[in-house]
Design a binder for this molecule. Structure first.
Ligand code: NAG
Ligand code: NAG
Length: 390
């Protein structure tokens, strides 16, 4: 009964499914639209009205259906050039700690993050509680401790590991028709974002997933990853995100109250083992925003943040420099002048949808990524940010 009415409320808020999510730089995601603490109940009515009004104002396109992409024609010469480049990247010698060392000069402002994920036995430091989500867990000690209890203990570092190549696969339409799937599968660590699907698109995007980085609203509604070594890396944007994580780990219901704070339907089940759930250290996001993108120090406003939340794509790239030695990106970037180019590899939204983006500072991210690619720190396999093989 309770679940029934929660569902109704959620539909009201939902507005659109896939159409609304993931509309930024890397084709990844928009940030939080909600205040980060549960406001008291007396605020609920004005809050809900505001949500509905702002959704109406946004006039979001109503794409409810999950469409298979129409065929795109890619210039065969360009396609061959991309494939040759990816093969070259894969055959180059893997240089230990390369990406992290090359990025070090950018990190002048603070010390590198000690651990990219938080575990049951992680020793929490004060830095972690300096800011509200997604930059930290200010005021959320209790939520954090409840979730950490459910998570595995950190893996023992077994000394030296083999040199690893990461690829962060963005959700950009630029991947369509390039047939890079088999090549992307050859990377040691494949990081995917939110609900970026694999099943029907494996020819272009591969079918292995090592890390799926997501927040509740972005998480796949239909789970497709079957890899035994997969990690689901949860990113926290608001306190109810902790409740969602706790619910999917323990396979319990999400409370009716919590449902009101998600801006889009969230999955109630994630069919993976408890040991596969991971919690992103918010310092990865804080470092991405403050040290790498040089965004202003977070100041909280009632409606989220002031274009200073990095996209999930750039945050994943920072994460990749911690878990891998060499880092590549694929499916990042787009050309806003090409309004009819596909925005994502899995739907038929066009660039026009992208123009609605307001939460992220897409331009700053693009400049930053371009700098990383042109300096050789990171390779852009599909050339959407900077094409070094064109
Ligand atoms: C990927 O596809 C190949 C070939 O179809 C299959 O053998 C393999 O099991 C798939 N891997 C995953 C993780 O789904
Ligand atoms: C974007 O597309 C337009 C039109 O096709 C083209 O003129 C322009 O050079 C492109 N910009 C970039 C940065 O690729």
């Amino acid at each position: 009964m309770g679940a029934q009415s929660s569902r109704a409320g959620k539909h009201m808020l939902k507005q659109d499914g896939r159409g609304k999510e993931k509309t930024c730089c890397s084709g990844t995601m928009r940030g939080p639209m909600k205040p980060c603490h549960c406001p008291s109940r007396k605020l609920l009515v004005p809050l809900l009205s505001l949500v509905l009004i702002s959704l109406a104002l946004l006039k979001l396109p109503l794409f409810h259906t999950y469409q298979k992409p129409i065929g795109v024609s890619v210039d065969p010469i360009y396609r061959e050039r991309v494939r040759t480049y990816v093969q070259e990247v894969l055959s180059n010698e893997c240089r230990p700690s390369f990406a992290r060392q090359r990025m070090r000069p950018d990190h002048s402002r603070s010390t590198p993050v000690a651990q990219p994920f938080l575990y049951k036995n992680t020793i929490l430091n004060d830095e972690m509680f300096k800011y509200s989500p997604p930059f930290g867990f200010l005021g959320m000690q209790k939520n954090l401790k409840e979730v950490l209890k459910l998570l595995p203990s950190s893996e023992e570092s077994s000394g030296g590991r083999e040199c690893r190549r990461c690829v962060v696969v963005g959700n950009g339409g630029i991947l369509k028709g390039l047939g890079l799937g088999a090549l992307l599968n050859q990377f040691n660590v494949i990081i995917r974002l939110n609900s970026g699907p694999v099943k029907d698109f494996s020819a272009d995007v591969g079918n292995r997933t090592s890390i799926r980085m997501t927040y509740p609203e972005g998480c796949p509604k239909v789970w497709e990853d079957t890899d035994s070594d997969l990690k689901l890396v949860a990113v926290i944007y608001k306190s109810v995100d902790f409740h969602w994580l706790r619910a999917v780990i323990t396979e319990t219901a999400i409370s009716l109250w919590d449902w009101l704070f998600f801006w889009q339907k969230v999955p109630e089940r994630v069919p993976i083992d408890v040991s596969q759930f991971h919690l992103l250290n918010p310092e990865i996001i804080r470092e991405t925003a403050l040290d790498l993108l040089h965004f202003p120090t977070p100041r909280k406003r009632f409606w989220g943040w002031d274009q200073n939340v990095p996209t999930l794509g750039v945050s994943a790239l920072n994460l990749a420099t911690y878990v891998c030695d060499e880092v590549s990106i694929a499916g990042f970037g787009y050309n806003l002048s090409q309004r009819n180019a596909p925005l994502h590899y899995y739907d038929d939204l066009t660039m026009t949808a992208m123009l609605k983006e307001y939460m992220h500072n897409v331009q700053t991210e693009r400049v930053f990524l371009k700098h990383l690619i042109m300096s050789g720190t990171v390779t852009d396999l599909t050339g959407g940010i900077h094409c070094s093989f064109c």
